[in-house]
Design a protein around this ligand. Sequence first.
Ligand SMILES: *Cc1c(COP(=O)(O)O)cnc(C)c1O
Length: 377
Amino acid sequence: MIPFNKPYMTGKELWYIAQAHAKGHLAGDGGFTKQCHHWLEKTIGCQKALLTHSCTAGLEMAALLADLEPGDEVIMPSFTFVSTANAFVLRGAVPVFVDIRPDTLNLDERLIEAAITPRTRAIVPVHYAGVSCEMDAILEIARRHNLLVIEDAAQGLGSSYRRRPLGSMGELAALSFHETKNVIAGEGGALLVNVSRLAERAEIIREKGTNRSQFFRGQVDKYTWVDVGSSYLPGEIVAAFLVAQFEEVDAINRRRLLMWDVYHQALSSYEAEGLLRRPIVPGHCQHNAHMYYILLPDLARRTAVINSLKAQGVQSVFHYIPLHSAPAGKRYARTHGELPVTNNTSDRLLRLPLWVGMEEQQRDVLRALRVALEAKD
Ligand SMILES: *Cc1c(COP(=O)(O)O)cnc(C)c1O
């Protein structure tokens, strides 16, 4: 069976973990965590990076920093992972789902303004497949209506929009290092802060609502409970693992892009025949090959292709069950208008295996896909 995903390890993870072990500092915010923060700040150009247990935790921190009141509204796509919405629902806010663009499958910026009400506080663009949302338009709408922009850049490490790295454009952003992403820590994430007025409070919220970070910098002479907060910081073992991954990010993304291009080339004739649609990456968006997906003509064809691939030993998966159609989505969120592109995409999208180390097997995936697509049913 060719699995859909297989986590890639660089070989240096255990070496760095052994160093953390030897130093005897295992709680968070030691040397490895600081190294990760500096690396993210330098690479992404954000004001402040803070490691978290997950992207989910980063989004929860962002929702706390947004100071939402129950009933406040947050505009986001329904075509996303549950955490995008849950982080805000936990604060009593209401996700307002807007449809996605048919080309990139990202939040359709042309539909945002009509969804804004006096209760709207934030916009959450999700950079699907590591391809950027139309950030110029989104930032301009946010500026005009005085809204926060919180980027869900879970899939976007190494991608950029008009040369600006994903995660550097909103007031806040969250990254994921879950083992299904390009760069991993098992479970892990980061909150990125791009405005100084939120930076200090972000540290406090992450440290159980205390000013412990300021204490360690010698800015206060004792630390105490100053705000709401929780424990959002991972220990040094996770950070040590991540240092090894960060060192290889360029090589990882390069290898993924090569495989992405192989899929893209090989499938162009099927697109020409109308058997599928390939991903669309606008020229001003540099992507990180987080994902290779295809859009099949309809749900029946997609189900047939998944089953055929499976019978041939290739695991493929669909994405996402739209949040507005899920039980909790109906209870906690609101939909702006019909979401035809979201509903249609969710029925037709199929993700193919794409992981570093499967280069040799990619031909087998393509051969199996050919059989699946050419089968008459
Ligand atoms: C993976 C993912 C998340 C959640 O990341 P975790 O680190 O697992 O919490 C959130 N949003 C999107 C778009 C994702 O792809």
